[in-house]
Design a protein. Structure first.
Lengths: 238, 300
């Protein structure tokens, strides 16, 4: 059975329909890169899977169980964790408190404070610093660590490289790849297509709310993605 | 010496103000609700204690063991049934809801107990008037020291709860960003209900102390709300120790005002509150324009 199944999902922001009839299926252990232009609906799709947006139609199934109407906090307990765009740490809480809040769901698994500090040794030096005063890269590590503390089966990463130095991004992606190798299923939204393809096992490209291309990462050519990304020669791309 | 006495009495009175303000501050800090029924819920606590004293002969201090949990449950229920719905409708609706709740509490109490002024003083025996004599002009009442000690304990306890416990971390996380708190697995509605429970229980505790040291009637709530509100604003929103400082400043201002002229007690408190509020607004405005030097240079 697939870990995540999205069926005919429609999500609206008021009159704007951001996600249109999206179908998506993920097996346990896969890493899916979700690419597409700004406004293509990637973030909205991710947030709908995490429970931050209630879809207008369609279903979200986790391990066969319908979670379409479950609130976000309950989905965390079921194993879906989102690292939101812009990191969204709790600025007045310390690094360690941010991580501990992430562990409140009480799911059992390999991730705890020590494991997160093992993954991001830089955070160990910052445990008592407030999240608002640490650097962007450190904040992103903390945000990923906070999501891992919930021991997710499905980790959703929204634009983790946004605004970070290339060397920091490189390190983050190596970490994400290692989390994926340990068996966590990952969906990552990324603007940098080459970076995304380097980490993912599968790629899906969104355009105007729809998934217009979905392939194994190894089997897709750069041209196919460029076409799907900009909606060129759509027949050839899909 | 008489001035020193007024300042000491003001500091001790400030403990009571800080105690009643702590719950108001907590509810505003966590869910951005200004609970206009806060004072009336305090008075409700006083009447519940009176009820237990009259019918079960319970000592007021013993009855706290019943009254405080009951009020905590009441706060929890208020949040789950009324305030949660109001919050969904925008920031103004909770103000109207709690205003309505205040009127309901006042009138239910009036219906039950009439307009008579009451006190729990008779129920606590010597404690109502016993004191330490420091000099022939300075007497320190045992009860006011107890109230001050309880206030510091409650504020300190809340501080430790927020800093060191899992529920405290969840409260602070939810206060900072409720949407993200949900995304990391916190049920913000249940966190809000816990905060409301704590807030109403501390209000009731303050109300019982008010009833011991002074008198109360069904309409005593609104003035207590105003004092609590002033203490919170003077101390700075969101800071528990600031709330203690705010309560003390308010208490000292009132007592010094009363010494100047017996009619000036309440107004002196209000004036100090308004002066601090105005000074803070001016300072904020000046610093947003680049400091005093820049602002003065522009004038010339």
């Amino acid at each position: 059975m697939s870990l995540l199944k999205v069926e005919r999902l429609d999500v609206r922001h008021g009159l704007l329909q951001a996600v249109r009839a999206v179908d998506l299926e993920l097996q346990e252990g896969e890493t899916l890169a979700l690419v597409g232009a700004n406004g293509a609906g990637k973030t909205t799709l991710l947030r709908a899977i995490a429970g931050a947006h209630r879809p207008a139609a369609g279903r979200v199934l986790l391990d066969g169980a319908d979670v379409t109407t479950a609130p976000a906090y309950r989905r965390v307990r079921l194993g879906i964790s989102l690292v939101p765009e812009g990191r969204r740490l709790f600025p007045g809480l310390t690094v360690e408190e941010n991580l501990l809040v992430g562990g409140r769901s009480g799911r059992k698994g390999p991730w705890n404070l020590d494991a997160v500090y093992g993954l991001f040794p830089a955070l160990r030096e910052l445990t008592r610093r407030r999240a608002r005063v640490i650097s962007g890269g450190e904040q992103q590590m903390c945000a990923i660590g906070r999501a891992l503390m919930a021991n997710p089966r499905l980790l959703l990463l929204d634009e983790v490289s946004l605004g970070l130095a290339p060397v920091v991004v490189q390190a983050l992606y190596e970490t994400i790849a290692s989390v994926g190798r340990q068996g966590t299923t990952v969906v990552l939204v990324e603007q940098d297509v080459a970076r995304a393809l380097g980490t993912a096992t599968r790629v899906a490209c969104m355009l105007e709310g729809r998934i217009v291309l979905e392939r194994d990462a190894a089997a897709v050519s750069r041209d196919q993605i460029v076409d799907a990304y900009f909606g060129l020669r759509r027949g050839a791309a899909a | 010496m008489i001035w020193l006495n007024q300042i000491i009495q003001g500091v001790l009175l400030g403990g009571y103000y800080a105690l009643i303000a702590s719950g108001l501050s907590l509810m505003f800090g966590v869910m951005r609700i200004i609970n206009l029924a806060h004072g009336d819920l305090a008075i409700l606590g006083a009447f519940l204690t009176l009820l237990l004293a009259d019918h079960a002969g319970l000592d007021p201090f013993v009855s706290l063991a019943v009254v405080l949990p009951a009020l905590a449950v009441l706060g929890w229920l208020l949040q789950r049934t009324m305030l949660e719905r109001s919050l969904r409708a925008g920031v103004l609706v909770p103000l109207l809801t709690t205003f309505g709740l205040a009127i309901v509490v006042q009138n239910v109490l009036f219906e039950e107990y009439g307009a008579d002024t009451r006190s729990l003083g008779p129920q606590i025996g010597d404690l109502a008037f016993s004191s330490w004599t420091i000099t022939d002009q300075i007497y320190i009442s045992h009860l006011s020291v107890i109230i001050f000690g309880v206030a510091v304990t409650v504020l300190g306890g809340l501080h430790l709860l927020l800093r060191l416990t899992p529920i405290g971390r969840a409260l602070r996380a939810t206060a900072e960003d409720a949407d993200t708190a949900e995304l990391v697995g916190i049920n913000s509605k249940s966190v809000y209900a816990v905060a409301a429970g704590i807030a109403v229980a501390t209000a009731g505790l303050a109300g019982v102390f008010l009833a011991m040291r002074s008198s109360f009637d069904p309409y005593s709530g609104p003035p207590q709300l105003i004092f609590a509100f002033e203490a919170v604003v003077i101390g700075g929103l969101g800071s528990l120790w600031g709330t203690l400082a705010g309560g003390i400043i308010l208490g000292v201002a009132q007592n010094v005002g009363a010494q100047l002229n017996p009619q000036w007690q309440i107004i002196a408190g209000h004036i100090v509150f308004l002066a601090i509020l105005a000074a803070r607004l001016v300072l904020t405005e000046v610093s947003s324009r680049g400091g005093f030097r820049v602002v003065l240079a522009q004038r010339v």
